[in-house]
Write a protein that binds this ligand. Structure first.
Ligand SMILES: [Fe+2]
Length: 189
């Protein structure tokens, strides 16, 4: 049975009416050979995801920031409305989505032997605090329980090297003063 074409904007208006929590994503063609998901801001996360496959971003409304780890350092890029971007596989990345932003992210469904990772890094010294590898069989649900467990665990959030505590991002306003929006354009952090 072939489904009829439909307007993406109307689909977004119907399925993403408001903020969906820490990671708000909805798959458009669930069960197909592609993960074709719409993600709406705001989000509030400081975890880094690692995908066994490339990810393609297409920013539909507003801009987002993508933090990533390169050569052991946290860096940041900004994707403007209308821009496309490909994130190479196996790169630690952390998309930060301002309120009202809407983006498309296309991924590959994972086979049972293909694991994703989620990790956290010390904001002071870059030490990797914790990593969980998992099989991402449902992109809408896969990360949420793991992130909630980490945020609830102060010992895991405390850096063993320098003692800095990574904040629970759900207790902060990442779009307030000192957040991503206030950082200099293109700044590496
Ligand atoms: Fe540290």
């Amino acid at each position: 049975m072939i489904a009829a074409p439909f307007g993406l904007q109307a689909w977004i208006d119907k399925h993403l009416p408001q903020a969906l929590g820490a990671i708000g994503n909805k798959e458009v063609f669930k069960g197909s050979d592609f993960i074709f998901q719409i993600i709406k801001g705001p989000n509030a996360r400081n975890d880094f995801h690692i995908d066994p496959w490339d990810e393609i971003f297409y920013q539909l409304k507003g801009h987002i920031f993508v933090h990533f780890i390169e050569e052991g350092r946290e860096k940041r890029l900004r994707i403007e409305e209308g821009e496309v971007f490909i994130l190479p596989k196996q790169v630690y990345h952390s998309p930060r989505r301002p309120p009202g932003s809407v983006g498309l992210v296309i991924e590959r469904p994972r086979q049972p032997n293909e694991l994703d990772g989620i990790a956290w890094f010390c904001p002071s010294c870059g030490n990797r605090l914790h990593q969980v590898d998992f099989w991402c069989d449902d992109i809408e649900k896969g990360l949420k329980d793991i992130i909630a467990a980490f945020n609830a665990d102060l010992a895991l959030r405390t850096c063993g090297k320098c003692g800095t505590v990574l904040p629970d991002p759900t207790t902060l306003d990442p779009w307030g003063p000192g957040g991503d929006e206030a950082a200099p354009a293109g700044a590496a952090r």
